[in-house]
Design a binder for this molecule. Structure first.
Ligand SMILES: NC(=O)c1ccc[n+]([C@@H]2O[C@H](COP(=O)([O-])OP(=O)(O)OC[C@H]3O[C@@H](n4cnc5c(N)ncnc54)[C@H](OP(=O)(O)O)[C@@H]3O)[C@@H](O)[C@H]2O)c1
Length: 248
């Protein structure tokens, strides 16, 4: 199968990294000159957006949400399937702009670059299996039954890496503040994130926390400071704020 990626930004390239081993890819961009390097990087054909014919193609739409209308006015034809990663852009809005037989929304994240995306997917049920198969090339996939759910999931699936960078950077700064060398603070925190993935998958978060928190110990003291700083409610609010943006 050939996948046609429209857009060549951070997300398009992160996905291409994982997809290129399983699929033939081609890129469609508005500025061929600026993006000609894609030919060598991904060994793909690169086409200009203007007048591009999407007829019977499987399209991965990866431009900014505000560019949808612009893209629609440049392309022609009716695609087989549109796989859109545009945050907060509904299937109804995709249908109004781009002609296709099937429409799927996907919310991946930049860890796709390492085949470690968390991709939440919804849309035409007839394309459920195919879309889960395609996006499994860039990491874990999760089908949800409604657009509301993919919008809710956006804060974690799509924005999650950015939210966790805040946690990681704050931990690094805390280590440095108490006197550690920056280089060590970075390595130690990075190692924590690496080791945490299998741990969190093995048990409920509360059980992990209880198992390491001794009475009047270091973890209890640190945990208390986070609760005082309203970190828990800030994260819950953050997910709500991201959801609000998808509903604008
Ligand atoms: N980044 C993430 O973590 C993430 C996660 C999940 C979903 N997404 C979604 O992925 C999409 C792309 O995000 P990104 O982070 O990859 O953005 P980005 O790095 O800024 O790339 C945006 C791409 O859209 C193209 N574009 C912008 N305006 C255009 C127009 N009018 N006509 C044609 N092409 C246009 C840009 O082309 P030029 O280079 O010519 O400007 C560029 O290739 C967004 O819809 C976003 O919601 C992103």
């Amino acid at each position: 199968m050939t996948l046609t990626i429209i857009g060549a930004g951070a997300m398009a390239k992160a996905m291409a990294n994982g997809l290129k081993d399983r699929y033939t890819l081609e890129f469609v961009v508005r500025d061929i000159k600026k993006n000609s390097y894609l030919k060598d990087e991904f060994l793909v054909d690169v086409f200009e957006l203007k007048e591009f014919d999407i007829t019977d193609k499987n399209i991965i739409l990866a431009v900014k949400p505000y560019a949808l209308n612009d893209v629609a006015t440049n392309i022609k034809g009716k695609a087989k399937t549109i796989y859109s990663v545009l945050a907060g852009t509904t299937i109804e809005s995709l249908k109004e702009n781009i002609s296709a037989k099937n429409y799927i929304r996907v919310m991946p994240n930049v860890s796709a670059k390492f085949q470690a995306s968390t991709s939440v997917i919804t849309g035409d049920k007839s394309k459920k299996d195919e879309s889960l198969e395609i996006f499994s090339a860039i990491g874990d996939t999760f089908w949800v039954d409604s657009q509301k759910e993919i919008d809710i999931a956006t804060a974690v699936a799509g924005s999650g890496p950015a939210l966790l960078t805040l946690v990681a950077e704050a931990m690094m700064d805390g280590l440095v503040k108490e006197g550690m060398k920056r280089v060590d603070a970075i390595s130690i925190t990075n190692s924590l994130f690496k080791g945490f993935a299998p741990l969190i998958a093995s048990a409920h978060p509360a059980l992990i926390k209880d198992s390491v928190m001794s009475p009047a110990g270091t973890t209890a003291a640190a945990y208390g400071a986070l609760e005082e700083g309203a970190v828990r409610s800030s994260f819950i609010k953050a997910i709500g704020e991201a959801f609000k943006v998808t509903q604008r």
